[in-house]
Design a protein around this ligand. Structure first.
Ligand SMILES: Nc1ncnc2c1ncn2[C@@H]1O[C@H](COP(=O)(O)OP(=O)(O)OP(=O)(O)O)[C@@H](O)[C@H]1O
Ligand SMILES: [Mg+2]
Length: 240
């Protein structure tokens, strides 16, 4: 049984349709990547799954339960975490306050406290900056904070919109490794990325979007190895 499925999604803003008939599926433990050029509708697709963009038609299923047009706060409650592409931390709050915000809908105080400790162990960079305002963090630290904040809701599936964008190669390596660790520990990942090579190298399965449509799907490394795909849609040279 897939953990998460989106079927024939048509989505956009107002009456403008951006995403056209895209379907995807995530199984337990998967890292599924969505890649494609700028403006191809990757963010719109993620947002439409979480009630943050207009869904014209299509169906969204979580553990076979129909969650189509779920409200964003309900998505968090059922087990979907979201790390947006921009404005993904509260810059004027401290690191610790940001993490507490991630658990805003929970009432199990002891559980929240122990999850906070776990986040600080998992992300030692954040432990060193607990009282710092998020605006003072580096780009890489901010992404780690955004991920840790989403993890405070104990998601079963984490949807991430370009967590590696604008990071130095070193910071991007740190963030990716942390995500792979989160995946290894049982949280499935649906990852939108501009860094096509890194995303597809690590993806169990990948979808390539172009102008709002899925033009190809398959196992991550296989997509990367396809010379014509690399040239036409991935902005890469022909050779791996
Ligand atoms: N809030 C909005 N209202 C209207 N149109 C929007 C909105 N956000 C994005 N768009 C348009 O939707 C299209 C797809 O944008 P989207 O952000 O989904 O692409 P993307 O693949 O995530 O791009 P990028 O790689 O640059 O993040 C673009 O033409 C964009 O101008
Ligand atoms: Mg985007």
């Amino acid at each position: 049984m897939p953990l998460f499925e989106a079927k024939n999604i048509c989505a956009g803003y107002g009456d403008v349709m951006i995403v056209n008939d895209v379907s995807l599926s995530v199984s337990n433990g998967d890292l599924v990547a969505i890649v494609g050029p700028n403006g191809s509708g990757k963010s719109t697709l993620l947002k439409s799954l979480l009630g943050l963009a207009h869904l014209f038609s299509g169906q969204v299923l979580y553990r076979e339960r129909d969650i189509t047009r779920i409200a964003p706060w309900q998505a968090v409650e059922v087990g979907l975490g979201y790390v947006p592409q921009v404005n993904n931390v509260f810059t004027n709050l401290t690191v610790n306050e940001n993490l507490e915000m991630g658990a805003y809908h929970r009432h199990d105080k002891a559980g929240i406290r122990s999850d906070l400790e776990e986040m600080y162990q998992r992300f030692p960079e954040l432990a060193a900056r607990k009282k710092a305002r998020a605006e003072t963090l580096s780009g890489g630290e901010r992404q780690l904070l955004a991920i840790a904040r989403a993890m405070m809701a104990r998601p079963r599936l984490l949807l991430l919109d370009e967590p590696l964008a604008f990071l130095s190669p070193k910071a991007s390596e740190v963030v990716l490794n942390r995500l792979l660790q989160i995946q290894a520990e049982g949280t499935s990942l649906l990852l939108v990325e501009q860094n096509t090579i890194k995303a597809l190298q690590n993806a169990s399965y990948g979808y390539i979007l172009n102008e709002g449509r899925c033009v190809m799907e398959g196992k991550g490394p296989q997509l990367l190895a396809d010379g014509s795909l690399r040239e036409r849609f991935l902005g890469l040279g022909k050779e791996v």
